[in-house]
Design a protein around this ligand. Sequence first.
Ligand code: HEM
Length: 519
Amino acid sequence: GEFTVQQPGWASSVRKLLVGLVLRWASDFGPTEGPEIPQAKGSIQAVGGQAFFLPLYDLFLSYGGIFRLILGPKSFVIVSDPAIAKHILRENSKAYSKGILAEILDFVMGKGLIPADGEIWRVRRRAIVPALHQKYVAAMIGLFGEASNKLCEKLDAAASDGEDVEMESLFSRLTLDIIGKAVFNYEFDSLTHDNGIVEAVYTVLREAELRSTSPIPTWEIPIWKDISPRQNKVKAALKLVNDTLTDLISICKRMVEQEELQFHEEYMNEQDPSILHFLLASGDDVSSKQLRDDLMTLLIAGHETSAAVLTWTFYLLSKEPRVMAKLQDEVDTVLGDRLPTIEDMKKLKYTTRVINESLRLYPQPPVLIRRSLDNDVLGKYPIKRDEDIFISVWNLHRCPKHWDDPESFNPERWPLDGPSPNEINQNFSYLPFGGGPRKCVGDMFATFETVTATAMLVRQFNFQMALDAPPVEMTTGATIHTTEGLKMTVTRRTRPPIIPNLESKVVNVNSVPTVVSEG
Ligand code: HEM
């Protein structure tokens, strides 16, 4: 008070600025009130490609639900506690951004819905969520069925020829075909043949994964980034995908212009039910760059995740013949020979539990990334702004205190007559689709997609690990991959008639149930 009256205005401003700076300095570097987050000792090998979430599990068992990890000049807070996860994701979600994730993904997703923060995120989320309305998701089940059928044809040919199949890449193609059609009405047709655009999509995806696991950002090195052959290949691939998206946007714009539009909440164009068509028809006022970023984000978000879920589901099923037999039994009873419909989704309860449980054991992605925008308190520990935080969903999903026999694949852990498990009814101990305002927008889509594909495949075939299959180990990009693929032997099922013919006394020798014995 007394200084401001006597001193010239500028001096007062300088003083305020200095005090402000000192206070800011104190809050950034000074001691914080309250206990310090336990710091994990020992080293973590940050080797690219290795499943980095595995050593975090051991540290969780020794240090508990929140600890700090120092990696060279960087420090990370690792969260494996459901209440703290809930605080970050839901209760105080406004105080967190996507941090490193947004930086890494910028080259491919720009300001798309996954990396975007703040106002851009709010506006885009509000535009995109309505596109995935119930009628849209119901229509997509037909698409899931048709695409899965193509995969069945491929597997049938392999079964005839006695050839083993690498399922991980087939699932990747299945979900690429589905998401292309579902998001921007494009036929990648990658299950049937390879083409330039499919290869370009994979080049871009592999680069995104490499960047998210590489300890040294070689793609930022001046000059090198312009002459490196790999970076040039990535740039060309990105350009091809972006040009294709631009074309698809203009084709769709023309369709919308020629339409007699009556836009409403559950609007859907029968010829083109895609998300892109919904967005354009809704009059979504957005730059074409932003629209491309969003489409690219949806493509990547909905492709690798679902493929990984299917891969690990079939791996788990091959280890548990008991679960497989029960699953096949449900599918035979509910579906018979039909393609699945939206009504079947409610009835395929055990199939849904199989997917729920697969997502518990292999969450995609295994770790959620955030950065604090403000000081906050996590549990009893104060943290400052600019902390990089990893929420280990892997640890939450395998916490020995929370789960009975956490390592076992046991879809029965959630009763069939109860609700499907989600982050709310499991109080953030189970986060298959995240939680809070940034929860996955495709959770329903993805659940029905993986349920449909699983049901259709196990109805027709038995799956076993191939005799000469490489060991199934994990590596991480954005999702959990196998290190050397999932090589399986696929055989056609012989099964009892779906509707037993009680009149007929003729016993069909082929109608022996194929319940694979344990062991
Ligand atoms: C966000 C999982 C399929 C679109 C997320 C998040 C998770 C997740 C855990 C939260 C990320 C975070 O909080 O940092 C999955 C899994 C899927 C799947 C396991 C498959 C089984 C899909 C599909 C789509 C999609 C099919 C699109 C059709 C998105 C988008 C976000 C998101 C746009 C960002 C939402 C936002 O930040 O507002 N997903 N997802 N996902 N997912 Fe999915």
